[in-house]
Design a protein around this ligand. Structure first.
Ligand code: GRF
Length: 192
């Protein structure tokens, strides 16, 4: 039997996208294995999810380390775990060009808007401020510009009357949880 493709998942917080990927794998809907979860924050809730499921998880605090050096260590850790794909899932750091070049076309990110609209922080609040009626989420390849790499998959989500950042974020998040695994599946199928 061929070895399963190995995902390295980078998180900084809640980890619900990571959890959804793990759920799709457990349900047999995504043929891959999570080789390692790495958080740059010690208190990321996603770490607990990894521990409960027996998924290898590491904390690699980024504070006080020069970006290039941190990214070098991170890339080395991911290589030690022989990851085929790096999935950013709420990882709140910019990655340096040297890191990106280590994994050409193998780094994915999920963003809670229909890019190129509303890149950067608070995408849901940006959508509400602009009064758009449709927003959504995007999975894209990571390049050296923030939230600007080639788009792989998008899902549209309506903005409803009376929406707050919380209600809209929850509706988008539900779509994110499906979309990320679909995108990973497509990328793995292409490189099979
Ligand atoms: C998601 O909204 C994702 O699109 C954005 O950060 C959030 C992470 O949520 N990049 P979670 O940690 O996966 O729950």
């Amino acid at each position: 039997m061929p070895e399963k493709r190995r995902l390295g998942i980078l998180i900084s917080g809640r980890g619900s996208n990571f959890q959804a990927i793990a759920d799709h794998i457990s349900a047999g809907e995504l043929d891959a294995t999570i080789a390692v979860v790495i958080s740059n924050r010690a208190h990321a809730a996603g770490l607990q999810i990894a521990h409960e499921r027996g998924i290898p998880a590491l904390v690699r605090p980024s504070q006080g380390i020069v970006r290039e050096e941190y990214d070098r260590q991170l890339a080395a850790e991911l290589k030690t775990h022989r990851v085929d794909l790096v999935c950013l899932a709420g990882f709140m750091r910019l990655l340096s060009p040297a890191f990106i070049q280590e994994f050409p076309s193998k780094i994915l990110n999920i963003h809670p808007s229909l890019l190129p609209s509303f890149p950067g922080l608070d995408a849901q609040a940006q959508a509400l401020r602009h009064g758009v009626k449709i927003t959504g989420c995007t999975v894209h390849l990571v390049n050296e510009e923030l939230d600007a790499g080639p788009i792989l998959r998008q899902a549209a989500v309506p903005v409803l009357p009376g929406d707050t950042v919380d209600t809209l974020s929850a509706r988008i998040l539900k779509a994110e949880h499906r979309l990320y695994s679909d995108a990973i599946k497509a990328v793995l199928a292409e490189s099979a």
